[in-house]
Design a protein around this ligand. Sequence first.
Ligand SMILES: [Zn+2]
Length: 183
Amino acid sequence: MSSYKKIYIKTDRNGTKYFNVTDVCPRCGGRGDYIQGINYGVCFLCYGKGTREYTLKEYTPEYEAKLEARRKARKDKRNAEAAKYAEEHADEIVKVNREIVERRYAEFGCGKDGIGYALIGKTYPIKEQIKKNGGRWVFGAWVCPVVIEGDGIEAHEISLKGHIGAGSQMWLDDFDLYAAIHG
Ligand SMILES: [Zn+2]
């Protein structure tokens, strides 16, 4: 049973031919209903008709090329506008990127310069002080933007500066950082 019907309607001044197409509903396959788990009902794409109707346009190769050129012109315009925006807002973008980078540094217990100190040893007595100073628990150790002194505490400087990409994303080689933290 084929429900496919294509009826010519008109040709416009660009040579585009219009057809009215009737086709099997792609959702219900022509049944007009649907079963989904325990749900059963009328197909909401064809409202039970089992078919769908739409207008098909067939362009001449010349007009298709013209449309393609228009699409490209629109795309070029959008790209040019985006480039212009980026240029005009360069300072702002740099500022936002810096904020993102600083936030990433902070997540790893490092300061705005990307430097932090892994505090190894008996950190329990100074835990609150570490937290108050922006310290974070990273790969099994406390990392803090400043050195917190304490009995039996060893501090390893770590730097995240080399881990930031052009888009402010952080590349992290866990092994490198783990090694830096734990000395
Ligand atoms: Zn349907």
